[in-house]
Design a binder for this molecule. Structure first.
Ligand code: FMN
Ligand code: SF4
Ligand code: SF4
Length: 256
């Protein structure tokens, strides 16, 4: 079973490709999170893949928190567990974090891989040209070919980009992460047509429609940016996103 979380499609693309090539099934965590599911039955599974994006040099908040609280039931002692992390350039501590979370559930992480794909963090970074993004996606396919072979061969291997020095991670975790998750940084402009897509795609289920406008009902969120990128009117903004563009993986169909 391949469990994946995806806001703008990169990770979904990887999970579905790996599933089709390894004769496995890709299961989305987005819906499970939204519906507060608390158990995943792994009976009969020979492999457990966790495919997730990198946020702030670490495993995406939503994924780390969900995996910590979910019960993975009937996991075989011999299960081959692996992580695949998508990112714009570096995946930092994703491997270490996933290893710790699984170890707490008596599951050994056998392998971990990184796939570099277009970066969706538009509050800070400008979208690259379509040509550059297409080249990145083609390169990602090559990486996924190699990962497929390693998974099929049940390799015990960690192929990740370098971790940052501890003091940099300390700074990111102490100062960047808490502010990153504040929903007060979102704004909605007058292009909003009240379609409700943002509310439907929010995996935390914290956007409600009131008077045809989205309202965030909690102070903090998973910062996945699904609401921002999926809005058909580009009405939701944060940081410099209004001039940095939007991103959705062109090779995958997103739910919602
Ligand atoms: C809040 C946030 C933080 C991010 N931090 C990083 C990062 O530290 N390093 C990196 O290379 N990419 C980072 N990214 C980019 C994503 O990891 C990347 O675009 C990923 O493939 C998105 O996956 P998705 O399309 O499945 O949602 C970040 C994206 C978001 C939304
Ligand atoms: S997705 Fe955009 S247009 Fe639709 S309700 Fe949300 S903000 Fe408004
Ligand atoms: S509010 Fe937006 S960024 Fe936050 S979890 Fe929901 S969809 Fe993701």
């Amino acid at each position: 079973m391949i469990l994946y979380f995806s806001a703008t499609g990169n990770t979904k693309y990887c999970a579905e490709l790996l599933a089709s090539r390894t004769n496995d099934k890709a299961v989305s965590l987005n819906g499970m999170m939204k519906n507060n599911l608390s158990v995943i039955d792994c009976a009969g599974e020979e492999a457990l893949g966790i495919v997730a994006p990198t946020y702030d040099m670490d495993l995406a908040y939503a994924v780390a928190e969900f995996l910590e609280r979910v019960e993975l039931r009937n996991v075989s002692k011999d299960i081959y567990a692996y992580g695949v992390f998508t990112c714009g350039s570096v995946c930092g501590d994703c491997g270490e974090t996933l290893k710790k979370i699984l170890a707490a559930k008596d599951i050994n992480l056998n392998a971990a891989f990184v796939v570099i794909m277009p970066d969706n963090y538009v509050p800070m970074f400008k979208q690259k040209s379509d040509k550059v993004k297409a080249a990145m996606l083609a390169k990602a396919d090559e990486t996924l070919n190699d990962i497929t072979e390693d998974i099929k061969a049940r390799k015990n291997i960690f192929k990740l980009t370098g971790r940052l020095p501890r003091f940099v991670m300390f700074f990111i975790r102490k100062f960047m992460m808490p502010s990153q998750r504040k929903v007060k940084s979102f704004s909605v402009n007058d292009s909003c047509v009240g379609c409700g897509t943002c509310a439907r795609v929010c995996p935390m289920n914290i956007i409600e429609m009131k008077d045809n406008r989205p309202v965030w009902t909690k102070d903090n969120c998973a910062c996945c940016l699904a609401c921002l990128h999926r809005c058909p009117k580009q009405a939701i903004n944060r940081g410099k996103s209004a001039k940095n563009g939007r991103y959705l993986n062109p090779n995958v169909k997103l739910e919602g």
